[in-house]
Design a protein around this ligand. Structure first.
Ligand code: PMP
Length: 420
């Protein structure tokens, strides 16, 4: 009896100790996007439109899409593949195909085995792996990020323990690129700085440098010895042509830079939830590439052991088969063209309504998002009076627009902005 009492007492004391360390944990701040999603779901209006949180492509009927090339790849994979672990660095076939996409089919760097590459947990995982690698081998160097950038970039490098600096990028007045500001900031950064660049379809602004501007950026990088990591989350999704969307990378390669590339198959292959991507680093020679790859694997091993298999099988099946690849190229163009078409429709509708404001930035910008320039108060009116949901930054996810709602959205935007 005495022993039981003693045990009970120590159990109660133990439980008190266990609960106390959770008691001190505050809830994390809510992501503003979640609030928008909840409000959208709760809205009973038949007119409601969500152009805030749809980071995934939806077709003209507002429905998510599984690409036909992916369906066919899955038919071929089903029951024909073992489901054992991949190596730490992932699928060799998937990596080979990814490198061809990013560096070009006939890239001398691939032939010379100068690229250290590992499969990654989609674009986010590729960025995080790079950030951890940077922290380990260049611990004192900060990373320069554009103002603005995808909000998660800040979280990724912060959690990896890398100090973050910023460089000018978006110009609010023109709703375009602050090219002079960007060039000055690149010039003023210490020699050998690390820069995060969006290869195409900049998120959240939709503003990309022109080819000529990329050339100037590349030559300034050369002069300063900066290192670029290209985040390429939207290859093919921007223009409809993966080759064209890799232009910035090819310009840097022509200028003999060493570069990093974070690739994602979320958008361009519609494999959002499969978490499949690739991180590659172009080195000076094969020996360096072998060493770098082994260190990337050393970082990956204790984080997640090895990457998921299914998405990698889908990618290598689609990109490794000329017929399926042709189908993919067709399908990715259909998605990009729909988004580009919605940009034209939104702009034309606003102009036809006699909006006193210029809307050319809608069609000048590219990719999934349009940085509309609307104020937080105008966005509030869109939501409260017209049941149109987006974040207060005024960023419109073009995937949420379709031929049935674009006229309604244009009319609402005109109503809330015409007296500005
Ligand atoms: N980079 C950018 C710029 C993005 O917009 C996204 C997706 N929103 C990602 C990376 C990562 O996406 P994922 O991890 O789904 O590939």
């Amino acid at each position: 009896m005495a022993i039981r009492n003693l045990l009970n007492r120590s159990f109660v004391a133990g439980a008190r100790f266990m609960s106390s360390w959770f008691r001190n944990i505050e809830p994390a701040p809510k992501d503003p996007i979640l609030g928008v999603a909840e409000a959208f779901l709760a809205d009973q209006s038949p007119y409601k439109v969500n152009v805030g949180v749809k980071c995934a492509y939806h077709n003209d009927k507002g429905k998510p899409v599984v690409l036909e090339c992916v369906r066919e790849a899955e038919r071929r994979i089903a029951g024909n593949q073992f489901m054992e672990y991949l190596p730490i660095g992932g699928s060799i076939h998937m990596i080979e195909e990814s490198l061809k996409l990013a560096y070009g089919d006939d890239s001398e760097f691939i032939k010379d085995k100068r690229i250290a590459a590992v499969q990654a947990l989609s674009g986010t995982g590729a960025c995080r792996l790079f950030a951890a690698f940077q922290q380990r081998f260049h611990p004192k160097t900060q990373i320069y990020m554009p103002v603005l950038t995808w909000a998660n970039h800040h979280n990724i490098w912060r959690d990896a323990g890398v100090p973050i600096k910023t460089f000018r990028y978006y110009h609010p007045e023109s709703k375009g690129l602050d090219f002079p500001g960007l060039m000055v900031d690149i010039k003023n950064a210490p020699d050998g700085s690390f820069f995060l660049l969006h290869a195409c379809a900049h998120n959240p602004t939709g503003v990309d440098p022109s080819e000529e501007q990329w050339r100037e950026i590349s030559s300034q990088f050369k002069a300063k010895g900066h290192f670029p990591l290209f985040d390429m989350a939207y290859q093919g999704f921007a223009s409809g042509d993966p080759e064209r969307d890799a232009k910035a990378i090819r310009i840097f390669l022509n200028d003999s830079h060493l570069i990093g590339v974070a690739q994602s198959y979320a958008k361009n292959m519609g494999l959002y939830g499969q978490r499949v991507g690739c991180l590659s680093l172009l080195c000076e020679n094969e020996k360096q590439a072998v060493a770098v790859k082994s260190q990337l694997q050393l970082i990956a091993r204790p984080m997640y052991s090895n990457p998921p298999l299914h998405g990698a099988l889908v990618i290598s099946t689609v990109l490794g088969d000329p017929e399926l690849k042709k189908l993919w190229l067709k399908e990715v163009k259909v998605m990009a063209d729909r988004i580009i078409g919605m940009r034209t429709a939104l702009r034309e509708n606003l102009e036809n309504l006699g909006s006193p404001l210029p809307w050319n930035h809608i069609t000048n910008q590219i990719g999934m998002f349009c940085y509309s320039g609307m104020t937080p108060e105008q966005v509030d009116r869109l939501t409260n009076e017209f049941h149109i949901y987006m974040t207060r930054s005024g960023r419109i996810s073009m995937a949420g627009l379709n031929t049935s709602n674009v006229g309604y959205v244009a009319n609402a935007i005109n109503e809330v902005t015409k007296s500005a």
